[in-house]
Design a protein around this ligand. Structure first.
Ligand code: PLP
Length: 351
C-alpha cells in the first residue's frame, strides 16, 4: 500500500505525524479535547483506571456480560470487579447501580455493548451524586451516540479498541482513549511511553502501550470510511428488524434519542443452539457474545460469585446469538439470513 510505504520512508515506526493525525481526527469524531493512541482497548482501560488511582482494595463497577478485558483491566490493578446486572438490551441496569456502590468504589465502567450506548444520563446522575468517575468501555461503540453525545465523550475517560473485529479496525491490535482532561491525556501518553518525559528523562515508571505507526496509517485510512461502514451496518440491522418474526425473535429496539452502530447484531431466542446449528448447516456463520458470563469464568473463581447472582445476564447468555451484520453483506444476504431464522421457528411450530 502506498500510504504504508510513505510512512516507512519517513522512518516512522513509533510516534510521528500519522499518530498525531489519528489522535486529532478521532478526538474530533468523539467530540473530545484529547485522544491518546494506544496499542489496544485493554491497555486503554488499564491505563484509564490507573490514572484514576484505582489500586489495591478498590472496587470498580462494570457489567458481567462484557468481553473479559473489561474485568481483566480491573483485576490487573489489584482491584475488585463488582458486577451489576443488565437490561434487556444487554447494557448495565442503572436501577441496580446505586446498590453496588460502597465506600471502596473508585470508578464506574459502563460497557456500550454491541455499539449501543448505555443509559448514560441515569448512570452519570448516580456517579455524580457519589462523586465517582465514569470510564466508558467504548470498545464496541465508535461513532455511537446518546442524546447527540458521542460515546467516549460523556465519562471522564473513554476507552476504545481498534482490533480487526471492531467497526474501526487496524491490521492488528490497536486502541485509544479519549478525555477532556489535559492532565489525563498527558499522563496517559507518558505512561504509555515508558514514562519518558524527554528522550533521556524518566518521570515515572511506565509501560509500552503505544500504537504502532503502521496501525495509525491504516486507521487514518479507515476513519475516512467509518461513516459508510456504520450506515451499512445500520441498514443491515434495519432489514433484520423488519423481517425477523417478533413472535420468536427478540432484539433491542432502536431509541429515537440514540445512534446504535451495530458492532454486533444480537438476537435473543429459545433453542439458540439448535438455531445456530441449523444456520451453520445452511452456510451461515453466527457467534455468541458471550456464552459464559465473566463471573462464571474459571478465571473469576476467586471472586466466589455463584450462579444465579445475575439472572438477566445468565439467562441471556443461553439465548443470545450474533447474526452477521457486517458492511460486506448485501441486502439480499441479510434478507435471506432473516428468512432462514424465521423458517427455523415457523417450521418447528408447524412440524
Ligand atoms: C474488544 C473489547 C475490549 C478489548 O479491546 P482490545 O483492543 O481487544 O484489547 C474491551 N472491552 C470490550 C467490550 C471489547 O469488546
Amino acid at each position: 500500500m502506498p500510504i504504508i510505504d510513505q510512512s516507512f520512508r519517513r522512518g516512522d515506526f513509533v510516534g510521528g505525524e500519522e499518530i498525531l493525525a489519528f489522535e486529532k481526527k478521532v478526538s474530533q469524531l468523539c467530540e473530545v479535547k484529547y485522544a491518546v493512541a494506544l496499542n489496544s482497548g485493554t491497555d486503554a482501560l488499564t491505563l484509564a483506571l490507573r490514572l484514576l488511582d484505582v489500586g489495591s482494595g478498590d472496587e470498580v463497577i462494570t457489567a458481567p456480560n462484557s468481553f473479559i478485558a473489561s474485568a481483566a483491566a480491573i483485576v490487573h490493578l489489584d482491584a475488585k470487579p463488582v458486577f451489576v446486572d443488565v437490561l434487556d438490551d444487554q447494557n448495565i441496569d442503572p436501577s441496580k447501580l446505586e446498590g453496588a456502590i460502597t465506600k471502596n468504589t473508585k470508578a464506574i465502567m459502563p460497557v456500550h455493548l454491541t455499539g449501543r450506548m448505555c443509559e448514560m444520563d441515569e448512570i452519570m446522575d448516580i456517579a455524580e451524586k457519589h462523586s465517582i468517575p465514569v470510564v466508558e468501555d467504548a470498545a464496541q461503540s465508535i461513532g455511537s451516540k446518546y442524546k447527540n453525545r458521542p460515546s467516549g465523550s460523556i465519562g471522564k475517560i473513554g476507552c476504545f479498541s481498534a482490533h480487526p473485529l471492531k467497526n474501526l479496525n487496524a491490521f492488528g491490535d490497536a486502541g485509544f482513549l479519549t478525555t477532556n482532561s489535559k492532565e489525563i491525556s498527558e499522563k496517559a501518553k507518558l505512561l504509555a511511553n515508558h514514562g519518558l518525559k524527554t528522550r533521556d528523562v524518566v518521570e515515572t515508571f511506565g509501560f509500552v502501550s503505544r500504537m504502532d505507526t503502521l496501525q495509525a496509517v491504516i486507521l487514518n485510512f479507515h476513519l475516512d470510511n467509518l461513516e459508510a461502514v456504520i450506515s451499512r451496518r445500520k441498514m443491515n440491522a434495519s432489514i433484520y428488524s423488519e423481517i425477523l418474526n417478533p413472535k420468536f425473535v427478540t432484539f433491542s429496539k432502536a431509541r429515537d434519542y440514540a445512534l446504535d452502530t451495530f458492532h454486533t447484531f444480537v438476537i435473543q431466542v429459545d433453542k439458540r443452539d439448535a438455531l445456530k446449528d441449523f444456520l451453520a448447516s445452511e452456510g451461515i456463520g453466527t457467534s455468541i457474545h458471550y456464552p459464559i458470563p465473566i463471573h462464571l469464568q474459571p478465571a473469576a473463581s476467586e471472586l466466589k460469585i455463584s450462579e444465579g447472582t445475575f439472572p438477566v445476564t445468565e439467562k441471556q447468555s443461553k439465548r443470545i446469538l450474533t447474526l452477521p451484520v457486517n458492511q460486506y453483506l448485501s441486502e439480499e444476504e441479510i434478507d435471506l439470513i432473516a428468512k432462514k431464522v424465521n423458517y427455523f421457528f415457523e417450521a418447528s411450530v408447524n412440524g
